[in-house]
Design a protein around this ligand. Structure first.
Ligand SMILES: [Ca+2]
Length: 298
């Protein structure tokens, strides 16, 4: 009984003031506008809009971002980096090459490994993902995923898969795997069985050469092989939400020292920063991704 009395007193007060009468008409106008907008949206959704936008129009172009370096530290310049992960205790890194592939743990304070396991010379190591107590390491053309103890990095188990292995990340529910094409494969972490494939599109254009991956902030980040571009991808639809320019991190002198392509993305959820490196790069860069317009021309 108390609440209706309060409500009616509120209404009376509302209508007694001149402002109340004015604002009392606005909701009616707003309601009509909202109803019209909803009807228009429903019409477009049902008859004119595809999943990506109005029929006949290209899907929205990706946002343009740049990587801004906050800090950098030494990286083993002999590491042919294929996968990089951050943990509170440091990095886990996978390095490729036949006869020189490894997995190692190291800290930013020193590039010397705290723990390291070499792979058989038959294997070319690729991307890595941490899932619970394990680290899963791909191989390039050997069709084998090595299941390792996350603490000791020792191999505990293995799974076989078809095709090539490039990048890998764990989104909290599924593994996301790249193979150098424009398609990501979603996998069950226990069986490594495929759960589906996602075609990656920047606007209407397939984005190929997807390489090292990082699942972070609800997105899948992929560096595009042979470029210094990182794509921020919706892992469910494959839509490229942003393209991130990560060029200009190494100095000319560092690049001339033998550094190859950018390859290596790790996310630190404590600082909300990313770490980027590359094959044979002498440094790892701690970065944030910002709108490209925020940068002065250089
Ligand atoms: Ca990674």
């Amino acid at each position: 009984m108390v609440e209706p009395a309060l409500a009616s007193r509120g209404n009376r007060h509302h209508h007694e003031s001149p402002r109340g009468r004015v604002s009392g008409r606005i909701p009616g106008v707003l309601l009509a506008a909202v109803a019209a907008a909803a009807a228009a949206w429903l019409y477009l959704a049902l008859f004119a809009l595809g999943p990506d936008g109005p029929a006949g129009e290209a899907p929205a172009a990706p946002e343009r971002l740049r990587a801004r370096a906050l800090a950098s530290f030494a990286h083993d310049p002999t590491a042919y980096t294929q996968g990089l992960l951050w943990e509170p205790s440091g990095f886990i890194e996978s390095g490729g090459g036949y006869g020189r592939s490894f997995i190692r743990r190291w800290r930013p304070s020193s590039p010397l490994p705290l723990a390291e396991e070499a792979l058989s010379e038959r294997y070319f190591a690729e991307g890595i993902a941490a899932v619970g107590e394990r680290v899963i390491q791909l191989t390039w053309r050997e069709g084998v995923a090595l299941y390792r103890d996350r603490a000791t990095l020792a191999v505990l188990d293995r799974r076989d898969y078809p095709g090539e292995g490039w990048g890998l990340c764990w989104d909290g529910a599924r593994l996301v795997m790249s193979d150098g094409t424009d398609t990501l494969t979603l996998r069950d972490a226990e069986s490594f069985a495929s759960l589906g494939r996602v075609a990656v599109r920047a606007g209407a254009t397939p984005l190929s050469n997807l390489n090292e991956l990082e699942c972070a902030e609800g997105w899948v980040y992929a560096n595009v092989y042979g470029t210094e571009t990182i794509a921020r991808i919706d892992g469910n639809s494959g839509r490229v939400a942003a393209l991130i320019d990560a060029s200009g991190l190494l100095t000319e002198r560092e690049r001339a020292g033998g550094a190859e392509v950018l390859n290596g993305i790790a996310y630190n959820p404590e600082s909300e920063t990313f770490y980027l490196t590359g094959k044979l790069w002498p440094r790892v860069f701690e970065v944030v991704f910002e709108p490209a317009a925020a940068f002065p021309e250089r």
